[in-house]
Design a protein around this ligand. Structure first.
Ligand code: Z5A
Length: 210
């Protein structure tokens, strides 16, 4: 593999989608072919799974079903999009990847980390991000931004503040455990200040040999 694999993570309202295009444009301007994708989703099948996962329903989904659907979509994503792109030498920029499963299904829902780890080893087969930008901000601020957006809430956005506090804490402990891979971005700042933080990190990444 000659390309690099970047993911963006964070709780709701962290501003991932807002900064995705900035990162893609920055790398394109430096001569990289960039494949922008997302999880859950990224493939035809994955986007159908995404609809099932995000659609609010009066019948609650079993936690294990949610976990397995995330990995089913991811298996397809890795095989169809991520590995072919990296093998071509393209850079892959994904709005979320496996850290989200540890944070949401592990931290948020309380599924045992070892079970998630077993599925990750099976599905990823060593395919892990070179860098993950973790957009971190207080839960209340993220929720305020989402409220201001005035869109219909998906199944996750309907969760309570305590759920997102657990998700955030799990993300932060993963960043602490893997500081070389997971780079903390203070997402409570303005769009412009966040872009300055990203520029510094991207310059470092461009200097790192594949
Ligand atoms: N999920 C999971 O449970 N397990 C998994 O393994 C995976 C995912 C892969 C869908 O993800 C859900 O799937 C997600 C976790 C779960 N649920 N949640 N929550 P998603 O990434 O598609 O959905 P999201 O997290 O809800 O993304 P989002 O709503 O698009 O949020 P965002 O991308 O972080 O924020 P944004 O849209 O860029 O910004 C939100 C608003 O704030 C918007 O009006 C912006 O204009 C504004 N904004 C952005 N940046 C700023 C700054 N810096 N200052 C002020 N205002 C700002």
């Amino acid at each position: 593999m000659t390309g690099k694999f970047i993911s963006i993570e964070g709780i709701e309202g962290a501003g991932k989608s807002t900064q995705l295009q900035f990162i893609a444009d920055f790398l394109t301007a430096r001569g990289k072919q960039v494949v922008v994708t997302r999880e859950p989703g990224g493939t035809e099948l994955g986007e159908k799974v995404r609809e099932v996962l995000l659609q609010p329903s009066e019948h609650p989904m079993a936690q294990d079903t949610e976990l397995l659907l995330m990995f089913a979509a991811r298996a397809e994503h890795i095989q169809q999009i991520i590995l072919p792109a990296l093998n071509r030498g393209d850079w892959v920029l994904s709005d979320r990847f496996v850290d989200a499963t540890f944070a949401y299904q592990g931290g948020g829902r309380g599924i045992d980390e070892q079970r998630i780890q077993a599925l990750a080893e099976w599905t990823l087969q060593g395919c892990q991000t070179d860098v993950t930008f973790l957009f971190d901000l207080p839960v209340a601020l993220g929720q305020k931004r989402v409220e201001q957006r005035q869109q219909q809430k998906d199944r996750f956005e309907l969760e309570k503040q305590a759920f997102f506090e657990r998700v955030r804490n799990c993300y932060l402990s993963r960043a602490q455990a893997e500081p070389n891979r997971i780079k903390l971005i203070d997402a409570s700042h303005s769009v412009e200040v966040i872009q300055q933080q990203l520029t510094q990190q991207l310059e470092l990444l461009l200097e790192t040999p594949v």
